[in-house]
Ligand binder design. Structure first.
Ligand code: AMP
Length: 465
């Protein structure tokens, strides 16, 4: 039984999809006018883990994500650079998809570009006009918020409070309510435009998502996700559109929102220009994708993460713990019966994960398992069977954690010279000639390696520079 904190009710609820174990899920994707940054990566990595976890638990998840490839910001950027809007949109879409690939974000079933769904968008706008939820102004068609009484039920804001909405409120003369948003914008000269029954124009931001999800899922579906910045007004507007169109409530059963990735306490964003791009990060850190995954999953998906270099150094140390642990487990040879209660540990771990994907708690259980197992290895009390069981468990959870084992492991080639010295030292050690053995150890150190004695023989480690 999985519980999720539903932003709509503000409570933890048992996850029960509309149909059996089939989940229809949508997460807001990027507006493609600039580089993909670590903030995007945070939200993308959180949902990648959630979907992979749900699949491992036997749910059949169809995970859809839109790409906003037409928007004021894209047009502005294109004008600044003197190129066509499409060049900007396609360039940054490519950057986004490449970043997702480099980060191992593979859970998404389908991407949907807004401009590929213009007929569906026009259809929704027409139906909103027919039902009396929309009206014409000189520069476009607007949604009349006073007609939708439930407005604010997700973010707990009232229509009146919508008056102080600041993000992406469409400005226009003659709007009936300040929060009214544009469904279809009349195109100005030189702007991208599509033919419609009313005038040449382009879609407003909110309508693209409901048009896409209605096409794929119908009027109601199971999970909608996104960063918490989108809860108001974007997700609120989506509810207003779709529930007005279909009369069916709720439009979405479970709303999940991720916390921000901040930098010096401020949301990392394109607009604030305080961002670190995914490309920069992956170039700077050899294991950047793995580092980011651990950083994101150590934190609860709903809470903010404040990014700084110090945290990264800590994460690198933690990854090393996993690497060394894997190496140690593989060397265990002891045959006797074990004492670790693996079934209990697994149960505790999955209880934490089932409780609104509590990865920090689950991770704590893994770190304590590593500590205990390492102590047992030190005392030669861990059995080969237990080591195998732990490795199997770690492999299983890496299906959704994705950072436990190094990907594309470049087998660390230990120089022949070092191997020879280790062999020599081991011989001296067996002969109890510790004086000579220590000399060998120092020689090995000079070559940048450390040799550690374990019950299962010498382990060689590369020294940090
Ligand atoms: P955008 O292109 O800004 O609309 O963002 C695309 C997705 O990334 C949305 O789900 C946003 O909520 C999310 N996002 C953007 N910036 C951040 C951030 N700093 N922290 C977490 N999520 C973010």
């Amino acid at each position: 039984m999985i519980k999720v904190l539903n932003s709509l009710s503000g409570k933890k609820e048992i996850l029960k999809p509309h149909y059996d174990k089939k989940i229809k899920m949508f997460v807001c994707g990027p507006t493609v006018f600039d580089m993909t940054h670590l903030g995007h990566a945070r939200t993308a990595l959180s949902f990648d883990m959630i979907v992979k976890y749900l699949r491992l638990k036997g749910y059949d998840v169809f995970f859809l994500q839109n790409i906003t490839d037409i928007d004021d910001k894209i047009i502005k950027r294109a004008n600044e650079e003197g190129v066509l809007w499409k060049q900007i949109a396609r360039k940054y879409e490519k950057v986004y998809l490449q970043s997702m690939k480099s980060l191992g974000i593979t859970a998404i079933s389908q991407y949907a570009r807004a401009t590929d769904y213009i007929p569906e968008i026009i259809n929704q706008v027409q139906r909103l006009l027919d039902k009396g939820y929309a009206y014409f102004l000189d520069d476009g068609i607007y949604y009349d918020l006073s007609k939708f009484k439930d407005y604010g039920k997700l973010s707990k804001r009232t229509t009146l409070q919508a008056e102080d909405g600041v993000s992406r409120i469409d400005e226009a003369v003659g709007k009936r309510n300040r929060g009214d948003f544009c469904l279809w914008k009349k195109s100005k000269a030189g702007e991208p435009k599509w033919k419609s029954p009313w005038f040449f124009g382009r879609p407003g931001w909110h309508i693209e998502d409901t048009a896409i999800t209605e096409k794929f899922f119908g009027p109601q579906y199971d999970i909608h996700g996104g960063g918490r910045d989108l809860m108001f007004p974007h997700h609120e507007a989506e509810i207003a559109q779709m529930e007005a169109l279909s009369g069916k409530k709720p439009f979405v059963k479970y709303w999940l929102h991720t916390g921000f990735l901040t930098i010096n306490g401020e949301k990392m964003s394109k607009s604030l220009k305080n961002f670190i791009t995914v490309d920069e990060f992956l170039q700077k850190y050899e294991e950047g994708a793995r580092i980011l995954r651990l950083l994101v999953l150590k934190n609860h998906y709903r809470l903010a993460i404040d990014f700084n270099e110090k945290i990264i150094e800590q994460i690198k140390k933690e990854l090393k713990i996993f690497d060394e642990f894997e190496q140690r487990l593989k060397l265990v040879k002891k045959e006797q019966k074990g004492i670790l209660k693996m079934q209990l540990i697994k149960k505790e771990f999955y209880l934490a994960m089932d409780d609104d994907f509590n990865t920090p708690k689950a991770m704590g259980i893994i770190f304590s398992l590593i500590r205990r197992a390492n102590l047992l290895i030190d005392k030669n009390q861990l059995s080969k069977k237990e080591a195998g069981e732990i490795l199997e468990f770690l492999k299983e959870i890496d299906n959704f954690f994705g950072f436990i084992f190094r990907k594309n492991k470049k087998k660390e080639m230990i120089p022949a010279e070092v191997l020879k010295l280790v062999e020599k030292r081991e011989k001296y050690r067996q002969e109890k000639n510790f004086f000579q053995a220590d000399i060998m150890r120092n020689e090995i150190k000079k070559l940048g390696y450390l040799v550690e004695d374990t019950f299962n023989g010498p382990v060689i480690k590369k020294l940090e520079k």
